[in-house]
Design a protein around this ligand. Structure first.
Ligand code: TYM
Length: 334
């Protein structure tokens, strides 16, 4: 199989794990980009990925629905993009297993997220294997490009490697996907600790994490209290001044400017913070309102997701059928 996209096609697939309350990082690195590229696109609420670490079933159900509502509230149109919940399409689990039979322990052990969160005797086995599930998410839809933030690039690379290996061993089966790196704000930092990325798995009350559902006053307070530095020079320097650079990157991502340009109009840190807070509130407040409306009509949301899952399954089952046949499984199914 060629590593080139199919002629005339630019299919996209990406996803978000409902393992916490979504952040400004998820919005800038993912959701806002999903909104801007909807035709021939598949966007998945990756709830099976949320089972890889300790979780409670009730909040997981709620977060799955709330995350789906945020997809639509951010501007995804169910008549253009296919939006669905991963566990509604069983092919993901089945192809995930077939890919576990192609991936190597060595490469899975090198995944940064496993090295950070795993490696303990009671680490869930699925935390080790889930990059294969993510590869299945991508390969099932013959995705050509995968828009993700910087922290997911190693997983997309693994999906490529596994696809190439499978095609080499068992014959042309998968389109080999490419990473679509974020043009701006690829790694939004925690406002209270700019050495860390802003993460939805931070504690609920984390001062440096802006949640997409935070109210305007909360967003403003978090940004006003963002850690910067004491030298007072308005210079874009992510290594020496990561806190200030983060604010400039957020503002720039929202105004369509380069970070240095975005900060150039402000003399004092406080002014940059106010401008950044205004821009974030302007972007997120309408999204929160639409989210709340959608969550008020769960039947409608469920129906939208059922439609998405049906469309997704049609594509996924075809690819899975090819993979089953190629790898040597027999059976009348598909
Ligand atoms: P997840 O849920 O951790 O993150 C979802 C998306 O948000 C991006 N992101 C960020 N971007 C910029 N700054 C940040 N601070 C930040 N935090 C998160 C992530 O890069 C990602 O694009 N396993 C994946 C979800 C997934 C997936 C897929 C992605 C499942 N199947 C198939 C792509 C293709 C995950 O846990 O992402």
């Amino acid at each position: 199989m060629t590593t080139h996209p199919l002629p005339g096609r630019d299919r996209l697939l990406s996803g978000i794990t409902p393992s916490g309350s979504l952040t400004l990082g998820n919005y800038l690195g993912a959701l806002r980009r999903f909104r801007d590229a909807q035709d021939d696109a598949f966007y998945v609420v990756a709830n099976l990925h949320a089972l890889t670490t300790a979780h409670d079933p009730t909040p997981l159900r709620e977060r799955t629905m709330s995350t789906a509502a945020l997809f639509f509230a951010s501007g995804l149109d169910p008549d253009r993009a296919t939006v669905f919940v991963q566990s509604d399409v069983p092919a993901h689990v089945e192809l995930g297993y077939l890919l576990e039979c192609v991936a190597y322990v060595g490469e899975l052990g090198r995944m940064i997220q496993f090295k950070e969160k795993g490696g303990q005797p009671r680490t869930r086995a699925s935390l080790f294997t889930y990059p294969c599930l993510m590869a299945a998410d991508i390969l099932l839809y013959e995705a050509v490009r995968v828009p993700v933030g910087g922290d997911q690039s190693q997983h997309v690379e693994l999906a490529r490697d596994v696809a190439i290996r499978f095609n080499g061993l068992y014959g042309p089966t998968f389109v080999v996907p490419e990473l679509a790196a974020a043009p701006a704000a690829a790694r939004v930092r925690d406002l209270a600790d700019p050495a860390r990325k802003m993460s939805k798995s931070a504690p609920d009350d984390a001062a440096g994490v802006i949640r997409m559902l935070d109210r305007p006053d909360v967003i403003r307070r978090k940004i006003q209290r963002a850690v910067t530095d004491g030298d007072g020079r308005m210079v874009y320097d992510p290594d020496a001044k990561p806190g200030l650079a983060n604010l400039a990157e957020i503002l720039g991502a929202l105004t369509g400017q380069a970070p240095a340009e975005a900060m150039s109009g402000y003399g004092r840190y406080g002014d940059l913070k106010s401008a950044c807070a205004d821009a974030v509130v302007d972007a997120l407040d309408p999204v929160r309102r639409r989210h709340d409306q959608l969550m008020g009509d769960v039947d409608e949301l469920t129906a939208l997701l059922a439609r998405g899952a049906q469309r997704a399954a049609e594509v996924a089952d075809r690819t899975l059928g090819r993979a089953r046949a190629a790898i040597g499984l027999v059976g009348a199914r598909r």
